[in-house]
Ligand binder design. Sequence first.
Ligand code: 6PG
Length: 241
Amino acid sequence: MTSASEAKVEILADPEALSHRVAAWLLELATAKGGVFAVCLSGGATPKQLYERLAEPPYRNTFPWSQTHWFWGDERFVPHDDVLSNYHMVREALLSRVPIPVINIHPIPTEGLSPEVAASAYEGELKTFYGAAHLDLSRPLFDVNLLGLGPDGHTASLFPGNSVLAEREKWVCAVIGAKPEVRITLTYPVLESSRHAAFLVAGDEKRAIFKRLRRDDDSLPAGRLHPTGTLWVFADANANG
Ligand code: 6PG
């Protein structure tokens, strides 16, 4: 288990440099693995730039698209074509622009079912992909988990003070009341089941929270996320202050 103070930290000049570095890092990991590669995605403006990079050369032509599976760490419970949807954002920035087999794309369902049923359906999908109903620490679910850091210290849809923070059994939960719209989020044990997890942090409005994360402030939801594998932080100079 890795905590933020033990993370490998890279500071890049600006969000654009950050997106180039993380795209190269992702390609390197996918190529080194050389087989099925599972990535858990986050929403937000910082990862969006990364997704746009991946849709451009050289990644467009060299990334092992057919071997890579894409999952979401959280989702707003809105239709998939809604501008608030994390799936929609990734589809526009990346998925619709590169040769990814549809069966490799695993959006969180949000239509025609209740949030609780959606959470349990996605838990089933993750378990099927993993091939077991229990997570084995020596065999992480994800190769890479891309994480955001909210100004309040949230990551995925794990918000301060929410009861979902204490969930250790369910893999996926509905989050009601934390935000105006219902959210679906993966829980800590699942987000932590990753060979590499990386916080992508940019902008001076993140400076204070980023300092607290690096000091292992476990009052922050993001500060309590301890992946089984290596934790990385890619931040821009403004966030690093
Ligand atoms: C949300 C946002 C959020 C985001 C972080 C970092 O669902 O509320 O998508 O989780 O990932 O706030 O966002 P930026 O990369 O835009 O700073």
